[in-house]
Design a protein around this ligand. Structure first.
Ligand SMILES: Cc1cc2nc3c(=O)[nH]c(=O)nc-3n(C[C@H](O)[C@H](O)[C@H](O)COP(=O)(O)OP(=O)(O)OC[C@H]3O[C@@H](n4cnc5c(N)ncnc54)[C@H](O)[C@@H]3O)c2cc1C
Length: 397
């Protein structure tokens, strides 16, 4: 069996993995990035929404190749059809071309010295005396061992690295998503992204319309726990009910699973780290994980490189990554998860009421896990009893 040797091996060339590869390669490490697909960025299972800050943190400029549609505002619809529009004064972000975005990130890692090996699937981690020392991988018909000081699992929600390293089998909560890319539309405001909340559209989740242009949009939804039919059936109903979308032609059908229970308990072990969806790094209210994964990838790549250089790749050293990530993103993810738990107790009538009293700024803060105590304190002063009770639950946990 062939045996390869690197300082750091990264499993999965999504945004989190490519960013980790780039950060480690910049520090002079011998880095191998392996990806099971023949092409980075394909297939796309994403609504492709990314904030301007997310694109900036990826180090990618908003060129027409990467950006499909500039997003100038966001509308959140209550079940009764009333909506709130989030500030259009700020550049909210973009609907990107995820395939090109992911490819560009991987190219940048390679430009910085990382090696990319396609059509190579990690089968499991290799352990010696309890420490992860590499991965067993399959390329074509051939099995090989890739030894490394640190293995970074960036292999998405079902992460084989996480499961075989003993860092957790599954999440306590996931959203199951279905999406159409619809063409042939005549959207009046392609610069507005739309969110639809309530069990009417998507029990436990929300539906979205993210235009890629006036004619094309990603239209999808995610459902959680209590739903009576598959996500795709809710999606068909959602599309049918909207005269703008009804005549659209699906040019892509996709979907996937997003972990929304928050960060996994342990993102590092001896010789191993997890980044991105593999570590539960999504904002639970929105299910957005690209920005959260990019930030994690950068920190993990840097910490892994420093650990290899120091000759100590134990969890004690690698935990520096968890500490650095917790400062901003860990906290946002934790708070956003508590908002999900609070919203779970709202029925559609409560959501309609909430839409009457909440401000646009409050929604932004709630969705992103920011200033939540302040938002709830303000809502408490204006809220009817039910919402008041919910807010008290949040404040007291
Ligand atoms: C329908 C849907 C819509 C979404 N919309 C948005 C959105 O609009 N905005 C947003 O920010 N987030 C969105 N997300 C979430 C977002 O897509 C993820 O959070 C993000 O892709 C996570 O990046 P990652 O690098 O951790 O993992 P991934 O992007 O999943 O990349 C993991 C990579 O690892 C590879 N891999 C897996 N296993 C192996 C293996 N054993 N060996 C080798 N390679 C392997 C995979 O092929 C893949 O390339 C959405 C998710 C879904 C399902």
């Amino acid at each position: 069996m062939p045996v390869l040797d690197y300082d750091i091996v990264i499993v999965g060339a999504g945004p989190a993995g490519s960013m980790a590869a780039r950060a480690a390669a910049e520090k002079g490490m011998r880095v191998l990035l392996i990806e099971e697909h023949p092409q980075v960025g394909v297939p796309v299972n994403c609504a492709e929404g990314l904030s301007a800050n997310g694109l900036r943190d990826a180090g990618i400029s908003p060129s027409p190749e990467v950006v499909s549609q500039e997003v100038k505002g966001v509308r959140v619809y209550a079940p009764n059809g009333k909506y709130l529009e989030l500030p259009s004064s700020e550049r909210a972000g973009y609907t990107i071309n995820r395939d090109i975005f992911d490819r560009r990130l991987a190219e940048m890692a390679v430009e910085d010295g990382a090696e990319l090996m396609l059509e190579t699937r990690a089968l499991r981690v290799v352990k010696e005396e309890g420490r992860v020392t590499g991965v067993l991988a399959k390329r074509g018909g051939e099995i090989m061992e890739i030894r490394a000081g640190v293995v970074i699992g960036a292999d998405g929600f079902s992460s084989i690295v996480r499961r075989t390293a003993g860092l957790g089998r599954w999440y306590t909560d996931v959203a199951t998503c279905a999406q159409f890319r619809l063409a042939g539309l005549h959207l009046e405001e392609p610069e507005i992204s739309e969110f639809y909340v309530g069990a009417k559209y998507a029990p436990g989740g929300y539906a979205w319309v993210f235009p890629k242009s006036r004619e094309v949009a990603n239209v999808g939804l995610g459902v959680r726990r209590i739903h009576k039919k598959p996500a795709i059936e809710y999606l068909k109903d959602f599309v049918k009910a909207d005269p703008r979308l009804r005549s659209g032609k699906p040019i892509l059908v996709n979907g996937g699973v997003t972990p929304v229970s928050g960060l996994v308990e342990q993102m590092t072990g001896d010789g191993v780290m997890l980044v991105g969806d593999a570590a539960g790094q999504l904002i639970p209210v929105t299910g957005a994980g690209v920005h959260a994964g990019i930030v994690a990838g950068r920190i993990a790549g840097e910490v892994a490189a420093e650990a290899v250089q120091s000759g100590d790749v134990s969890r004690r050293t690698l935990r520096e990554y968890e500490v650095r990530y917790a400062v901003e993103w860990g906290e946002r993810i934790r708070k956003s998860r508590r908002v999900v738990e609070m919203l779970d107790r709202f029925n559609d009538g409560d959501l309609n009421t909430l839409a009457e009293i909440i401000t646009e700024r409050d929604i932004l803060n709630l969705a992103n896990g920011r200033n939540i105590t302040r938002v709830l304190a303000r809502l408490l002063r204006r809220a009817p009893l039910k919402i008041m009770k919910m807010a008290l639950i949040y404040l007291s946990t």
